[in-house]
Design a protein around this ligand. Structure first.
Ligand code: SF4
Length: 387
């Protein structure tokens, strides 16, 4: 339902769906809340604000053609939430709106910064930190069968640093129930896929994993299940194992190749070899499950640039990707003081600048050869992640 009205002389458009309500004031201030009444997006002028369920607000804008990202301060985040609620109240006071719109606006008008802060505390009780998701999964329903990563060895990785833990089926069922209760109507915005977290939930051996996936099939019948996997544990499962998971709803696996050059993988502490990733992908695809393969751009700096570029393209070509598969290019985010930067510095490796990274990405792409229909290729910018 789309309604056009005015606040004073200013045109306002309200769009109400079963997933969200969006209010646009003069196309200059556009606020979106999910159907549970939680604000999740604001666009104002050049800036886009994405609020995560944990209460943090990411600010994105383009300056001189360059995308910039920063986290809003707590005060700024609270002010954004309050301005959204105030806009909803203004509209309600202006009156003459359809009943369904009034009900939705009353709900979002209550989501001020105080309610939002309490909501973030509730989120933290239900979820362990959600380190990262693939860009196409930001609106997935995340359910955490494991916590942390079973390796935590990759020097470039800033995610999943908490201790690794595998939930029992009972604990997972309790988690699912707690997430359902917490999200309530907000589930409707996150109704396309289930993302089985965290870093490598599919690494759980089959006797523990099958009952977990059965819980998903029972609780969310027909909902595609997606998950991360690493190549090291990926090769430990057979085609029969992946077929059994596919029969229960597994539809896509995201796997970090990072590089096709094994000496570079060893340097950065990646647990898998490129051959293990290729083999894992081939087995998974033979069971009809799609894959999303992530290659890092800039990893290994100048020292590894040529080998990284050529062997990454070779590895991806060996996977025989096709329709429904994804290839993501993820720029190395080398945070000051990170183990990666220290190791690279100790080895005398110079990092690639933005132009060199772009050239490396283009060089890898130019070497990729796919049968038709080809997989989709896209950017995986970890700085844009918000859940
Ligand atoms: S396996 Fe993945 S999640 Fe674990 S440390 Fe390496 S990159 Fe990070």
């Amino acid at each position: 339902m789309v309604i056009r009205t005015t606040l004073g002389a200013v045109p306002v458009t309200v769009s109400l769906t079963d997933r969200a309500i969006t209010v646009s004031r003069d196309d200059e201030f556009v606020v979106a809340w999910d159907s549970g009444g939680r604000l999740y997006s604001v666009v104002e002028g050049e800036a886009t604000y994405r609020r995560g369920l944990n209460g943090r607000v990411l600010v994105k804008r383009r300056v001189n053609g360059v995308r910039q990202h920063e986290w809003a301060s707590d005060e700024h985040a609270a002010a954004i939430v309050d301005r959204g609620a105030a806009l909803a109240r203004e509209l309600l006071q202006a009156g003459a709106l359809a009943h369904d719109v009034v009900v939705a606006l009353e709900k979002v008008a209550r989501f001020d910064s105080r309610v939002a802060a309490d909501d973030a505390i509730r989120f933290d009780r239900v979820y362990r930190p959600i380190g990262i998701l693939p860009p196409d999964e930001y609106l997935a329903l995340v359910l955490q069968a494991t916590e942390g990563c079973s390796f935590r060895s990759c020097t470039f990785c800033q995610f999943h640093r908490e201790p690794y833990r595998v939930k029992s089926v009972r604990q997972f069922e309790d988690h699912v129930a707690a997430v359902r209760e917490y999200l309530g109507d907000s589930l409707r915005l996150r109704d396309r896929t289930v993302f089985l977290g965290s870093a490598n939930a599919l690494a759980v051996p089959m006797p523990g994993l099958v009952p977990i996936v059965d819980v998903l099939a029972r609780e969310f019948p027909g909902r595609p299940v997606h998950a991360f996997l690493d190549g090291f544990t990926g090769v430990m499962k057979s085609a029969d194992d992946y077929a059994a998971l596919a029969a229960r709803g597994l539809r896509r696996v995201y796997i970090g190749l990072e590089s096709g050059h094994d000496p570079l993988l060893a340097l950065v502490g990646k647990p898998s070899t490129s051959e293990q990733v290729v083999e894992t992908v081939q087995v998974i695809k033979s069971c009809g499950v799609k894959v999303g393969v992530i290659a890092m751009v800039g990893l290994g700096g100048d020292r590894f640039a040529d080998a990284h570029m050529m062997e990454t393209a070779e590895a991806i070509n060996a996977m025989h990707l096709g329709a429904g598969d994804l290839v993501y290019f993820s720029d190395l985010v080398d945070l000051p003081g990170s183990p990666y930067l220290k190791a690279a510095g100790d080895a005398g490796i110079r990092g690639l600048d933005a132009g060199e990274r772009l050239a490396q990405r283009q060089a890898i792409r130019s070497r990729l050869a796919f049968a038709r229909p080809a997989p989709q290729m896209a950017t995986y910018d970890i700085r844009e992640f918000v859940y």
